[in-house]
Structures are given as structure tokens and as C-alpha cells.
Design a protein around this ligand. Structure first.
Ligand code: GRF
Length: 205
């Protein structure tokens, strides 16, 4: 079966990346590669354990040079979709434009965020929602733009915060919804329910 080439970008523990790699295997395919901008992080170990190719490009110089290096990987593997999963960097407008130019204008880069966006964008979203004791928070899958969690929303699911619930229980519930929701989105992409504009083969890299 021909399926879209998918890369996962992550910077940390990698529970979402792991669940995407497993889901992809369940669908009979493989994540093309996992990329991390951080050394010695859980996600790299998880990918190695699952036999998925990994790349590490640490940010040693300016953002543009770092993104150029990352784009080389994307080009080399003719990546159709990028799934951010705890990737702790903003993506620049020029990176997005390059992706669009390879996919007939489509921005096939998505992110998962632990809040009901537009509420609680940015880091520590779960911690902040918990501190505010919101009656419900939730999970959002969204397209990526150059802003901080501001791209077009694709899917959202509410997660209730019970009175007297501990933060660790709340976090566990949130993660389990994340894994299911991102997995569902991945399945929709792989099965073609969400169409993929394939990488333009003619582009020089
Ligand atoms: C997740 O909560 C995700 O929504 C956010 O970063 C966190 C990454 O967790 N973008 P993990 O590394 O996937 O466990």
C-alpha cells in the first residue's frame, strides 16, 4: 500500500511520538523518521526501541541555519506530513513556505496541544489549567503556523477536571486522550480520509 511519508518532531519524553509510531505500525506502515533537537531525550530512545530511524540536530547556531539542516532531512525523505509531538520550537514562516512550495500550497504540519485552544497556549498548559481549577480542559490537534499554538484547529476533545482530582490523575487522563486523538488523526491521514498532497518530486534538495 502507498501511504504518506510522515516525520515526527519531538524534544522530550515522547509519549505522543511513541503512540504515533505504534499506531503507524498497527496500520501496517512505519513513521519515516523521528527528529529531535535535544540530545539524550526519551523520544530518541523510544524510537530506537521501536526500530524507527532517528535524527538529532541540536541548535548550535542561528534559527535559520538550524531549520535549513532540518529541511534537508525533510527533503531527503520526501516527507508529506510533519507531526509535532512536544517539539519545543516555533516553526518559522520561511520553513512553512518551503513546505507549502513542495505540497501544492498545503501546510501539512500539525501539532497536538494539551488545552482547548485558544485557551492556554504555550508551555505548562496543563499546569495552568489545573491551577485555575477549570471545570474542563481538553486536547487540540491543529495545523501549525508561525504563532504559538495559533494555527487552524482540526480536532478537539474535552477532558473534565473533577473536584479534588490530583494533578497526576488529570495529567494521565489528558495524555491518554492525546494519544487516542492524535492516533485517530494519523489514521485519517494514512487511510486517505484526510487527503495528502504528495511531495513534488521535481524539487532540488
Ligand atoms: C504533550 O502534552 C503535548 O500535547 C505537548 O507536549 C507534550 C509532550 O509530551 N505539545 P510527550 O513528550 O509526548 O510525552
Amino acid at each position: 500500500m502507498k501511504y504518506p511519508r510522515i516525520a515526527v518532531f519531538a524534544s522530550g519524553t515522547g509519549s505522543n511520538a511513541e503512540s504515533l509510531m505504534k499506531k503507524m505500525k498497527d496500520l501496517g506502515c512505519e513513521i519515516e523518521f523521528v527528529f529531535s533537537d535535544k540530545r539524550d531525550v526519551g523520544v530518541l530512545e523510544k524510537a530506537l526501541r521501536l526500530g524507527v530511524k532517528t535524527y538529532l540536530v541540536e541548535k548550535t547556531s542561528d534559527r535559520a541555519t538550524h531549520e535549513e539542516e532540518v529541511l534537508k532531512l525533510v527533503h531527503r525523505h520526501r516527507i508529506d506530513w510533519i507531526f509535532l509531538a512536544g517539539y519545543m520550537r516555533l516553526i518559522s514562516a520561511s520553513f512553512l513556505q518551503t513546505l507549502q512550495s513542495h505540497h501544492q500550497g498545503a501546510t501539512q504540519i500539525v501539532n497536538i496541544h494539551p488545552s482547548l485552544l485558544p485557551a492556554y497556549p504555550g508551555s505548562q498548559a496543563m499546569e495552568r489549567a489545573f491551577a485555575d481549577q477549570v471545570p474542563h480542559s481538553g486536547i487540540t490537534v491543529h495545523f501549525v503556523d508561525e504563532g504559538m499554538d495559533t494555527g487552524k484547529i482540526i480536532m478537539q476533545e474535552q477532558v473534565a477536571l473533577q473536584k479534588f482530582e490530583s494533578f497526576s490523575d488529570f495529567k494521565m487522563k489528558m495524555h491518554s486522550v492525546e494519544h487516542r486523538l492524535y492516533g485517530q488523526f494519523l489514521e485519517n491521514v494514512v487511510t486517505g480520509k484526510i487527503p495528502t498532497l504528495s511531495y513534488k518530486e521535481t524539487v532540488e534538495c
